[in-house]
Every structure is written in structure tokens, then in C-alpha cells.
Design a protein around this ligand. Structure first.
Ligand code: IMP
Length: 193
């Protein structure tokens, strides 16, 4: 079975291909307006936009970072939190936003946060299902590491001392929100739909 992924993010596609090895995975750019109120609504909207051939399954991931002291922001708006949305702009704006609510005195303290990933899957029958992965951790006050994308340089998963950007891809995949959701997806793909 071939898997078509609705994404223009080459980093996400790379992570997805790594975990779904054994499947033939290809990316397809979608021009969907991600204006849903939830990760699931956006993921479903993206997956519905793909036209499937009979031997294909479509998947779409919508993900983001929810920071406790920011009331869950940037959340579904993570990709558009800074302009232009480079990793540096996103991370620096996030640190500034946390400093604004917590004050500079909070430097060095753990800013509780979680990455969330919802993957919608559309089967050849037209049936759509979703799976969710969460990775809890904290946002630090400086950017560390040079791998990954988005907020990887400021996010330290629970139980770790390194940011996602300081980890080898396989280590990030073992812990990450996307890795967790993809392993649930793999189980779903083995079931008859
Ligand atoms: P979307 O799913 O295309 O709406 O984009 C989600 C945004 O959340 C990305 O552009 C990143 O800024 C951020 N994000 C999602 N997953 C990750 C991750 O694994 N590492 C770092 N940032 C992420």
C-alpha cells in the first residue's frame, strides 16, 4: 500500500518516512487554509484535500506546541506565530512571550509545555480516522542545537537534558509527539478497514 502525505514540510516528511519505513511514502503539497480550532479539524481538512488512487492511503499531520503559561498558545497557530516563520523567529518570539508573562526572573525555570500531533488518515474506502501523540516537556530560554525545525531548539522533553535540536533524528522520533502518533498509525494500518 502506498501512502500519500499532505505536507510541504520536508522535515515532517523525513520523520514520517523514517518511522513508516516499509511503506512507499510520498509527499504532496496542499494549499489548504489551516483555520480550524483544533489540530484534528486541520488534519482532517488537509487529508480530505488529497485525491486518492485505489492503491493509496492519505495521511495529514497537524501539530504544534502548547505552552502552559501562555494558556496553550501558540497551539494550532504554531506555524504562524512569527513572521517570517523561521525557526529563529519562532523560538525567539516564544521566549519573549514567556518572559512577558513570567518576568525575566523566571529564567532558568522550567516552562511546562507539550507538543501535540494529530494525524488524520483516509483509507481507499473514504473512511477517515485520527490518531494523536503528545510529548510533554519544557521550553528553555535559549536556543540549543542545530537539527530539526520549528521550536526544536527550545524544547526539552521530560526526562531529557537535551533539546530536540540536539538529538539524533532516531532519538527525537522515539520521544516525539509525531513519533508517538505514527506508531499508533502503524497499528491502525495493520487492521482491516
Ligand atoms: P502545521 O502542522 O503545518 O500547522 O505546523 C505546525 C508547526 O508547529 C510547525 O511549523 C512548527 O513550527 C511546529 N512544530 C510541529 N511539530 C514540530 C516539531 O516536531 N518540532 C518543532 N516544531 C514543530
Amino acid at each position: 500500500m502506498k501512502i500519500l502525505v499532505a505536507t510541504s514540510n520536508k522535515h515532517k516528511l523525513h520523520e514520517i518516512k523514517h518511522i513508516l519505513k516499509g511503506y512507499k511514502v510520498n509527499g504532496q503539497v496542499t494549499r489548504v487554509k489551516e483555520n480550524g480550532q483544533t489540530f484534528a479539524a486541520n488534519a482532517i481538512k488537509k487529508v480530505k484535500s488529497l485525491k486518492l488512487k485505489p492503491d493509496q492511503i492519505a495521511i495529514a499531520d497537524d501539530s504544534g506546541l502548547m505552552v502552559d503559561c501562555l494558556g496553550g498558545r501558540p497551539g494550532v497557530k504554531s506555524a504562524r506565530f512569527a513572521t517570517p516563520p523561521t525557526a529563529k523567529n519562532l523560538c525567539l518570539k516564544l521566549i519573549r512571550a514567556i518572559n512577558l508573562v513570567k518576568g525575566q526572573g523566571a529564567r532558568g525555570k522550567k516552562n511546562l509545555a507539550r507538543f501535540v500531533c494529530v494525524i488524520a488518515v483516509k483509507f481507499p474506502s473514504g473512511k477517515i480516522k485520527t490518531v494523536k501523540g503528545v510529548c510533554r516537556g519544557g521550553v528553555i530560554h535559549e536556543m540549543c542545537g542545530c537539527r530539526g525545525f520549528g521550536y526544536d531548539q527550545v524544547f526539552v522533553p521530560d526526562g531529557c537534558k537535551k533539546t530536540f535540536a540536539e538529538m539524533a533524528p532516531a532519538a527525537k522520533n522515539r520521544l516525539s509527539h509525531r513519533g508517538r502518533a505514527l506508531r499508533k498509525l502503524k497499528k491502525l494500518l495493520k487492521q482491516k478497514q
